[in-house]
Design a protein around this ligand. Structure first.
Ligand SMILES: [Mg+2]
Length: 114
């Protein structure tokens, strides 16, 4: 079963990956975009990590809802609303459970994607 700590670590690991790949993401965004995708996501996931440390949500759903809300309010362009809404709706679909199964997460992610 997956608990709030697992989801917290998932978001922290994502923030570290975005940090590592920020320049690459921005380079990919340069030819057709405005070369800010890496820095946008970096700002967003840094804010997510900070918010999770500060608020310490106690359920998997609450971790994802907070992460999503933070991305929506800190990332510009389309990626903030897209990734933020995905995480927020996935979190809402998980409800108030203290632990969720991999199957429940799969279903919740499907709801988030839709
Ligand atoms: Mg952009």
């Amino acid at each position: 079963m997956l608990d709030a700590d697992f989801f917290h670590r998932w978001m922290t690991a994502t923030a570290a990956s975005v940090d590592r790949e920020a320049e690459h993401l921005t380079a990919l965004d340069s030819p057709i975009g405005d070369a800010d995708h890496g820095s946008n996501l970096q700002r967003g996931f840094t804010a997510v990590a900070t918010a999770l440390e500060k608020e310490a949500p106690e359920t998997p759903g609450a971790v994802l809802v907070l992460a999503g809300r933070t991305l929506i309010s800190t990332v510009g362009g389309a990626s903030g609303p897209l990734y933020g809404t995905l995480l927020r709706r996935t979190g809402k679909a998980l409800g108030d459970a203290a632990e969720v199964s991999a199957e429940q997460l799969t279903e919740a992610l499907r709801a988030g994607v839709e």
